[in-house]
Structure formats: structure tokens, C-alpha cells
Design a protein around this ligand. Structure first.
Ligand code: AMP
Length: 190
């Protein structure tokens, strides 16, 4: 079973690449951002709560996010493996994920990070905002706040997985196909 964390700042291309990789490696793709957006669309209690944070570009509280992630994993008991996209985003989430997987005799095989310079990230996010309609992709101050959250709470996870010898950095600049080829080289080894 392969359990892989796809990592990188907002706009790094995690969602785009996850769509390709989940088919190639027969993995269940769980994007916490997508699950929140689905709940917002359906006006569930979780969606209403998540929206109040997402609208500002803040992270949704750990307790809520971890519970939701566990429920998503539990929906797929017979999976060949999981591709986590946008989770974990804090050290508490990473610790919770490790202990949750341990209860299932599973573990994370690797964290694969897409490295992209920040000016290119902003350009990509604004472009995505034109078609996605995501309000957090359209306003520069929301985008900046998402980067702040990333630098303050998420970037440290590189160190968390490095300590376990599970961190792999991949150049995230290029065409979708070029980046996908680089990612596959890493995934094949995990
Ligand atoms: P994304 O689609 O991954 O860019 O996530 C969009 C927004 O959803 C983020 O800015 C957060 O508000 C929220 N979100 C997604 N994943 C998480 C997470 N693991 N922890 C906390 N908030 C999250």
C-alpha cells in the first residue's frame, strides 16, 4: 500500500498532479480543500464552519480537519493507498495522521513536495481564480494570507518528514507533463 502526501504551497499544482497520479498508481485522492468546498456547496454544518475560515484564507481548525480526514479515509477501507493533497498542513495534523495510520497498520511512504517560486504561484492562483470562481483565488490579500499561513504553520512539515527520511523535493516549474514525469520518478521508488 502506498500512502503519499503531496506537498507544496497554494498554487504549486498539487490538485492538477494528483488527478494524474491517482489514476496511474490507483490511489484514493483526498483533497481536504475539495472536501470543504463540497460541504460549503451543500451547506452542511461542516461547510458553514469551514467557510468562515476559508473566506479569509485562514486554516480551518485542526480538530475539525483531522476528524474530517479520518472519515474520508474510513470511507475507503479497501483502498490500494491514499494520495493526501492539502493535508497535513500543521504539525498536529501530521502527528494525528501518523497515529491514525498506525492504528490501521499503515504509514506514510513519503512526502513529495512541489517547489515553485512565490511570484509564479501568485500568477497561477490568479489565473485559476478566473475559471474556478474561488474567492480565495481572486483577492490578493487572501492569497497573501494563505502564504502566511503556509510559512507559519505548514512549511515546518518538511522538517517533520525529513527527520523520518521521507521527504522528496521536486521542481514544480515546467509543463504539467514535465512535472508529472519528475513526480513519477519519485513515486516509483516509494
Ligand atoms: P486548498 O484547496 O488546499 O488550497 O485549501 C483551501 C482552503 O481550505 C485553505 O486555505 C484552508 O482554509 C482550508 N484547508 C484545506 N486543507 C486544510 C487543512 N489540512 N487544514 C486546515 N485548513 C485546510
Amino acid at each position: 500500500m502506498k500512502n503519499i502526501v503531496l506537498f507544496g504551497p497554494p498554487g504549486a499544482g498539487k490538485g492538477t498532479q494528483a488527478e494524474l497520479l491517482k489514476n496511474k498508481y490507483n490511489l484514493i485522492h483526498i483533497s481536504t480543500g475539495d472536501v470543504f468546498r463540497y460541504n460549503i456547496k451543500n451547506k452542511t454544518d461542516l461547510g458553514i464552519l469551514a467557510k468562515s475560515y476559508m473566506d479569509k484564507g485562514d486554516l480551518v481548525p485542526d480538530e475539525v480537519t483531522i476528524k474530517m480526514l479520518q472519515a474520508e479515509v474510513n470511507k475507503n477501507e479497501n483502498a490500494n493507498g491514499f494520495l493526501f493533497d492539502g493535508f497535513p498542513r500543521t504539525e498536529s495534523q501530521a502527528i494525528a495522521l501518523d497515529s491514525f495510520l498506525t492504528t490501521k497498520n499503515q504509514s506514510i511512504n513519503g512526502m513529495v513536495s512541489l517547489d515553485v517560486p512565490e511570484d509564479l504561484l501568485v500568477e497561477r492562483i490568479l489565473n485559476r481564480g478566473i475559471t474556478s470562481g474561488r474567492s480565495d483565488d481572486q483577492q490578493i490579500e487572501k492569497i497573501r494570507n494563505r502564504f502566511n499561513e503556509y510559512h507559519e504553520k505548514t512549511a515546518i512539515l518538511q522538517n517533520y518528514y525529513e527527520k523520518q527520511n521521507k521527504f522528496y523535493g521536486v521542481d514544480g516549474v515546467g509543463t504539467i507533463e514535465e512535472i508529472n514525469t519528475r513526480l513519477q520518478k519519485v513515486f516509483d521508488k516509494l
